[in-house]
Design a protein around this ligand. Sequence first.
Ligand code: GUN
Length: 307
Amino acid sequence: MDDIAKKATLIDGKRFSEQLRERVADEVGRLATRGDVVPGLAVVLVGDDPASRVYVQSKQRAVTAAGMRSFEHSLAAETTQQRLLDLIHQLNADADVHGILVQLPLPDHIDPGVIIEAIDPRKDVDGFHPTNVGRLGTGQGALVPCTPLGCLMLLQAHLGSLAGREAVVVGRSNIVGKPMAALLLGHDCTVTMAHSRTRNLPDVVGRADIVVAAAGRAHLIQGDWLKPGAVVIDVGINRIAAPERGEGKMRLVGDVDFDGAFATAGAITPVPGGVGPMTIACLLVNTLTAACRIHQLDEPEGLAPSL
Ligand code: GUN
């Protein structure tokens, strides 16, 4: 018995996200049948960054597949900040639009802070507006950034209650690390935020029952750092050379050394197929939530965690 090596459970974000998307589509269908509202998402892309275009297209496909309306605004790279602000004001006033997503990064001549602040916080499905950041921090019913929301859902699906658990978040970005820490704190974890200046990262990570890796560095976290049985959520999507696949080939890896972690962790998300698909599913959840709140309709029960 002892000679059979224990392996981590794989947390299948792809399957979970598919189920979540189906539940969102069911709710959207119910709203439409009752004649209440068809949720609509406006996606704004400035410039022609190929990676951003791929992200935007997959977001739009998911929105329409869920029965929602998708409004695309593709603007030239040289669009002025004022022209983009004018569009945001127009979308804020548009009753068919319940969510506004401005794909980041923006061209250098546009200040993302100014653009995000111009979005009506009720339509801020990215959860980036300072009003939503503050609401998340104070537990006042925020719209929450999609990636950390997806991580929280995977953790709850695997662990049930998170209360009292030691959680370490590695990475302090506004999009993932900081809101993730706020969500875990809101769910009664004891939270440590680690980052590039943290001393003795292996020891800090080694205390954690829950590790959320969001530092953006391939294989930063080694398997033998982990507390045995820890639950590991790997947010990293790093492209590295894969000579074993042929000359010039690349592959995607997370911030965690998956093979090492698989032997020690209790459960782990793969890359790809873990957190990534949850981000888009949570965008659909947030768009539905925004539409319900704007129209003062009951929010579907159990779709998103209580915040
Ligand atoms: N660019 C990369 N990730 C995101 C995201 O979650 N939202 C937006 N708006 N842009 C992004």
